[in-house]
Write a protein that binds this ligand. Sequence first.
Ligand code: PAZ
Length: 343
Amino acid sequence: MATSSQSEGGATFSAERYFATQPPPASLEHDVARVKEFVQRQLKEGRKVVLVTSGGTTVPLELNVVRFLDNFSAGTRGSTSAEYFLKAGYAVIFMHRQFSLQPFSRHYSHSTHPFLDFLDFDPSEDPSEASHIVVRPSERTQLVEVLTTYKAVQRAGTLLTLTFVTVNDYLWLLRAVSQEMSLLGRSCLYYLAAAVSDFFLPRQKMSEHKIQSGKGSLHIEMDQVPKILKPLVQEWTREGYIVSFKLETDPDLLIPKARQALARYGHQVVIGNDLHRRKFEVVFVSPKPKVSAGASAEDYEESWLRIDLAQNPQKEIEEDIVAELVKRHQQWIEAAGTQSALT
Ligand code: PAZ
């Protein structure tokens, strides 16, 4: 949401100040109880757990909200990746924007593949009296595959879904979930693919009622959302393997911004993606082994991941992203084991 007329200054909230002044969402306690139970079960069953965040956050402009700013994400990256993590044996906490794409049901999105289009009346019956509805033959193979995995995941209890709408819901939920997940130590992975607003309107500055027109142009000054990766890495989940995403529209900014994030927050990987190339190209940026605080550009390494959609239009880049992260996460767990054996 940065604009070319952005001014310097304006309030920057620290995470502490943010949580001391902005109210938690009403559903937080209930969500935390579900996460606690889920984490305990996965601990008992010895599974790794990944938190996938997905979809965009809104920034309401009024307390009785009529208008809001939004972020573009459809939730494709997050929902697709969640399926590949489940396939790789992870339990998944899928924290997503309400009504954005979800694992499994994403294959039947109302806009690209509406479910009414793959159902038919039984051809042997009169449609006006039909008692059976059938799936069109051309849709059956995919439906059986999706349904089989979906049912298996339900039986195994390895998918927990949480929803957010506003950036405030997102921040409170992320803090609470990461604090619960910290019990898992190095077995937890964070895959932060949601498109989160950088700016917000504090509750104290919001108009109670719908902003009225008729008084000329509207000027809104927003404050900066706290840089939440900092407390996430340094306080809430010190042992988690943290992967953040960086979206840019200027390709020249992608790698410098990814390195800057790693230098600032000290987490494990930034995956950079360009808005228009994100379905077939991403870049993994990570510290070279043994980089300490105050690192310079030479201390980071990049590896590009590309797929050829012309050759294979069904291929999903998330399959390769997840495979690479599963490998890196395992190496990181093993490296910690080696370090503690050496000390
Ligand atoms: O949800 P989607 O598939 O349409 O988009 C995914 C994405 C571009 C939002 C994600 O890959 C990403 O980069 N998230 C972080 C965005 C950011 O820089 O805040």
